[in-house]
Write a protein that binds this ligand. Structure first.
Ligand SMILES: [Zn+2]
Length: 101
């Protein structure tokens, strides 16, 4: 989220001008495109991060099931929390990929 420097209206991060007062952000898209985080290597890192996050979530889920079968409930709880964090990471990376398009 961004704010207009002229009238302080809240704007989408990708806005090129203010919907309220018309303030123009002429150089903003060029700055974003030149930043390393918008490089093709960064895109590859996001895809790799999603794959690793998904694989990690599956492995942690299997660990949680094994812990339950061994009646180690505290360990199972930790594994379930790790699954939730890894899945949230996958979702966050996917949303970041949508924002930069
Ligand atoms: Zn404005």
């Amino acid at each position: 989220m961004a704010w207009c420097p002229s009238c302080r209206t809240e704007l989408p991060a990708t806005a090129v001008n203010c919907e309220s007062c018309g303030y123009d952000f002429p150089h903003r898209p060029a700055v974003l495109v030149q930043h390393w985080a918008w490089s093709s290597l960064a895109d590859l890192a996001l895809v790799a991060g999603q794959l690793v996050g998904l694989l990690g979530a599956i492995l942690r889920l299997l660990s949680a099931l094994r812990s339950l079968l061994d009646f180690e409930f505290a360990d199972a709880g930790v594994h379930v929390m790790q699954v939730a964090l890894l899945l949230a990471t996958v979702v966050a990376f996917a949303r970041v990929q949508q924002i930069q398009k």
